[in-house]
Design a protein around this ligand. Structure first.
Ligand code: SF4
Length: 231
């Protein structure tokens, strides 16, 4: 990171703390109410991008409670190593099977960390977590899932990444809203799944279902940073 990039990063952190924030949780409640008023009796379909079941379990409850027909997509070539990718996928599929039987399909596109890292994570070795490489990483996975949603006629697309306290949900929603402008059919469902005690609700579900909780975001850089901190 050079001096200009460092200054841009520090300025982003200052603005992130002080800037006016949109309450996307309230926005999502309003969106749901508007939809049901305009389409009485209709069950909207939604494709939900999920990176792990810890982040996804509460959003799934929330969307089901609010009348959505949910399909999950696990497109996360950012996760390293493959054993970890497989473990998170298996936990996601196990929980969904136990909790919802066959009610929620799970789509799993091909996994290729090497290809993903060489294309998307080129600068992640010098970028800190939560900065521009991560924005690219959010956008890449949301973009490919959004394209799938539009091609397959889903009414909405959402991501569970707004659940994470480590991620900037304002930024994630900006990316989602911008992606949404490219598509004619599928709309972006802006969210903030950590609001209204989302973390507490997720905790209860994870405890009840003995869900595996990873301690790093996903890529090899986040793994090494996390384990360096622990040492
Ligand atoms: S820390 Fe997470 S969001 Fe950032 S680049 Fe790595 S996997 Fe992607």
């Amino acid at each position: 990171m050079n001096d200009t990039e460092r200054e841009a990063y520090l300025s982003y952190l200052r603005n992130r703390r002080s800037s006016h924030k949109i309450n996307y949780y309230q926005e999502s409640l309003k969106e749901i109410a508007d939809y049901h008023r305009e389409h009485p009796g209709k069950k909207p379909s939604i494709l939900l991008h999920a990176c792990c079941i810890v982040c996804a379990c509460w959003p799934l409850e929330f969307l089901k409670e609010n009348g959505f027909d949910v399909t999950v997509i696990y497109n996360n070539s950012n996760i390293w190593p493959q054993e970890e990718y497989d473990h998170r996928r298996q936990e996601l599929q196990r929980y969904i099977k136990e909790r919802y039987q066959d009610e929620i399909p799970v789509i799993v596109p091909p996994y290729d960390y090497e290809e993903y890292a060489s294309r998307v994570l080129k600068n992640r070795g010098t970028d800190p977590e939560g900065w521009s490489s991560c924005f690219g990483c959010y956008g890449e996975r949301m973009g490919s899932a959004f394209r799938y949603a539009d091609e397959n006629g889903f009414d909405w697309f959402a991501t569970v990444m707004t659940f994470s306290r480590q991620k900037d949900s304002q930024k994630i929603n900006e990316i989602g809203l911008s992606l949404g402008r490219k598509y004619s059919h599928t709309k972006y469902f802006a969210s903030d799944f950590k609001k209204a005690d989302g973390a507490l609700k997720s905790d209860r579900i994870c405890n009840a279902y003995c869900i595996y909780r990873q301690d790093y975001c996903g890529c090899e850089y986040s793994y090494h940073e996390r384990h360096q901190q622990v040492k």
